[in-house]
Write a protein that binds this ligand. Structure first.
Ligand code: F6R
Length: 242
C-alpha cells in the first residue's frame, strides 16, 4: 500500500484526480468505481476543471457507484442515484447509460445485488475504485464486522454512519436505516484502489486501516490485501500514523 500525505485537502483532490485522469487518458473506456459523500468532492472538482479545459473526456468511460440507500425514492435529492448524476455524470460528461448505481428500490434486492456484481464483471471489472472512509473505518457501506469476502448485498447502517450522514438530511430520523453496498470482496476485485481522507475526524480510522492489524472491525484494513492500493490523506487525517 502506498500512503501519500499532502499539506491540504485541496492537494488530496488534485493528486487523486491526476491518477484518475491518467487512467482515463490511457484507456478512454475505463471503468471507474465512484464514491459519494464529501471525501471525493475535490477529486470531482479537479476532474471537471480538466474536462472543461478540454484535457480529458469521460464520454466513453463507465462508472459503478459503491452503494445506495434503501427506503428513499430514486428522485430523492440524497439518493445516491441523484447524487451521482448531480456530482459526477453531469459535471464530468459521462454518458448516463454507462453509469450504474445499485438498485435500492428493487422488489428483489438480493437478486438486484447479485446482478450488480454480474454487471461489473460483464464490464470487465473496475479499473480504478475511488473510496472514502467512514470514521468507523467503513468503506462503501461495509460497516465493522463485514466479511472481507462479501459481495454486493443489503446491509444495516451503523448508528454512527446514520449520524454522520444526517448532515445531508433534515433530521436523523430521515436517514435510511439500510443500504445496498458493494462488498469488500467486490471492492478488492478492482484493479486499483484509491482511498482519500481529509480532516482529523478520519485520523483514527486511517491509522487503524493503514497500520492496524487486518480486522473485520476495521473494514478499510482490507486494503492491506490489495496489490495496488493508494491512500491519499491531508496532514490532519495523517495525525494518527506512526
Ligand atoms: C460513499 C461511501 C462511504 C463514504 C464514507 C465517508 O459512497 O461509500 O464509504 O465514502 O462514509 O463519507 P464522507 O466522505 O462524506 O466523509
Amino acid at each position: 500500500m502506498e500512503v501519500i500525505i499532502l499539506p491540504s485537502a485541496a492537494e488530496v483532490g488534485r493528486v487523486a484526480a491526476a491518477k484518475i485522469a491518467s487512467r482515463v487518458t490511457e484507456k478512454p473506456t475505463a471503468v471507474i468505481g465512484l464514491a459519494t459523500g464529501s471525501s471525493p468532492q475535490g477529486i470531482y472538482a479537479d476532474l471537471k476543471r480538466r474536462v472543461d479545459a478540454g484535457e480529458l473526456s469521460f464520454a466513453l468511460a463507465r462508472g459503478f457507484a459503491l452503494d445506495e440507500y434503501l427506503g428513499i425514492p430514486a428522485d430523492h435529492p440524497q439518493s445516491y442515484l441523484s447524487v451521482i448524476r448531480r456530482d459526477v455524470v453531469e459535471p464530468l460528461g459521462f454518458n448516463p447509460d454507462r453509469v450504474h448505481v445499485p438498485d435500492g428500490r428493487a422488489a428483489d434486492p438480493e437478486f438486484a445485488a447479485r446482478s450488480y456484481d454480474s454487471a461489473i464483471a460483464a464490464a470487465g471489472g473496475v479499473d480504478i475504485q475511488i473510496l472514502g472512509i467512514g470514521a468507523n473505518g467503513h468503506i462503501g457501506f461495509n460497516e465493522p464486522t463485514s466479511s472481507f469476502a462479501s459481495r454486493t448485498r443489503v446491509k444495516t447502517l451503523a448508528p454512527q454512519t446514520r449520524e454522520d450522514n444526517s448532515r445531508f438530511f433534515d433530521s436523523l430520523d430521515q436517514v435510511p436505516t439500510h443500504c445496498m453496498t458493494q462488498g469488500l470482496g467486490t471492492i478488492l476485485d478492482a484493479r486499483e484502489l484509491l482511498l482519500v481522507a481529509q480532516g482529523d475526524g478520519k485520523a483514527h480510522a486511517i491509522a487503524a486501516a493503514v497500520e492496524g492489524p487486518l480486522s473485520s472491525f476495521v473494514p478499510a484494513s482490507a486494503l492491506q490485501l490489495h496489490e495496488h492500493a493508494t491512500v491519499i490523506v491531508d496532514e490532519a487525517a495523517a495525525t494518527g500514523l506512526k
